[in-house]
Design a protein around this ligand. Structure first.
Ligand SMILES: Nc1ncnc2c1ncn2[C@@H]1O[C@H](COP(=O)(O)OP(=O)(O)OP(=O)(O)O)[C@@H](O)[C@H]1O
Length: 259
């Protein structure tokens, strides 16, 4: 079996004495698209931020490609890990091109100077379903969905092996959300990148994930393939979470039956 690309080993994290994650253990294998779901405040964002060392565990270890992140230079670590969040966080005074090229530029990556930069940015814009002509625009001149896509292009720019996505489609309409979901599935399929994707939408979690992790109150409830979660929920919490989805699926299935 492949070595995990990310491993949580008995990780606990509290804020001001309030536990956010409790004795949390998890292996993520290379190429997985792990969707992470649970109620607001259950510890999803905390789990993501432990991976790129934006926060550090109180107990236990987080390993990325076998290295303890607590012992890894955080800047070098974050270069290997793309991070896309709901609020996107594009620099407003920089064009789309400069925003996307920002991490490669500060990391002095090869092949990001002059016309080569333009080429790379165009390729990334195409990869996320945008017209390369948008490269010269400023973020304020983009729609919300376009900004989300630019945020994803920026997270992919340095060629990371891991992409962390924290409710990246939370602020867009349903149609754009559906399109962005398809883009992510395509990027995952074509690049083989490992993705951790936080969502509060069970339908999205089960649609996108090769695996889905359900968290409640800082503890792992179940981590399995979506079909397994739907068919065999491991706890009452997971059963309650997937029940509406199961009902919707069975109605859809009945509707598809010939009359
Ligand atoms: N910097 C902080 N200081 C204090 N408490 C925090 C901090 N960050 C998170 N928490 C608390 O830790 C718990 C877990 O937070 P976290 O952001 O990981 O949850 P989440 O599952 O991502 O929530 P949401 O779905 O609402 O984004 C919550 O109770 C939250 O209030």
């Amino acid at each position: 079996m492949a070595e995990p690309i990310i491993r949580f080993e008995g990780v606990s994290k509290s804020y001001g004495g309030q536990p956010a994650l409790k004795n949390f253990s998890l292996d993520v294998l290379p190429g997985e698209l792990l969707t992470i779901i649970g109620r607001s405040g259950c510890g999803k964002t905390t789990a993501l931020k432990l991976v790129n060392s934006l926060i550090t565990p109180d107990a236990g270890r987080v390993l990325v490609q076998g290295e303890d992140v607590a012992k890894t230079d955080p800047v070098a670590l974050r270069r290997r890990i793309g991070y896309a969040i709901q609020s996107v966080g594009l620099f407003p005074h920089m064009t789309v091109e400069k925003n996307i090229a920002y991490v490669p530029a500060i990391s002095h990556l090869e092949g990001w100077k002059g016309p080569a930069r333009r080429e790379r940015v165009s390729a990334l814009l195409r990869q996320v379903g945008l017209d390369p002509a948008l490269a010269d625009r400023y973020p304020r001149a983009l729609s919300g969905g376009q900004r989300q896509r630019v945020g994803i292009a920026r997270a992919l720019a340095a060629g990371p092996e891991i992409l962390l996505m924290d409710e990246p489609f939370g602020a867009v309409d349903e149609i754009t959300r559906g399109q962005l979901q398809e883009e992510i599935l395509r990027i995952h399929r074509e690049s083989g990148i490992t993705i951790l994707f936080v969502t509060h939408d069970i339908a999205e979690a089960l649609k996108l994930g090769t695996h889905t992790l359900v968290i409640d109150k800082g503890t792992v409830q179940q981590c399995a393939q979506p079909e397994e979660i739907l068919r065999h929920p491991a706890t009452d919490f997971v059963r309650e979470l997937v029940e509406p989805q199961r009902r919707r699926d069975s109605i859809l299935q009945r509707r598809r039956l010939p009359l």
